[in-house]
Write a protein that binds this ligand. Structure first.
Ligand SMILES: [Zn+2]
Length: 93
């Protein structure tokens, strides 16, 4: 496997994931928002596990690097833009 995510980047994404999780775990009024937050907390925890296992940032479907730009926009992304496009979420449908 090529050097893609070095220790500094791992630390950076670890920080971003934890920070987002902390923000979600603060008390929330509406239960719909709480449900959405719980879902995202689960996804963030999965992402942290993936990061610890050096699997974070790789597309689950095609194995390509997803790239930092995508990860920073979607911290819990598990597939690259190409695969995500194939999986539904089609614009205008
Ligand atoms: Zn892919």
């Amino acid at each position: 496997m090529t050097e893609y995510m070095g220790p500094e980047d791992q630390t950076r994404f670890s920080g971003l994931l934890r920070e987002r999780r902390l923000r979600l775990l603060r008390p929330i009024g509406a239960s719909a928002a709480a449900d959405a937050a719980a879902e995202e907390v689960k996804a963030l925890e999965k992402a942290l596990h993936r990061l610890a296992a050096a699997e974070y940032g790789w597309c689950d479907l095609c194995g390509a690097e997803m790239g930092y730009a995508l990860l920073e926009r979607h911290l819990t992304a598990i597939s690259c833009a190409d695969c995500h496009g194939l999986e539904g979420d089609r614009p205008g449908s």
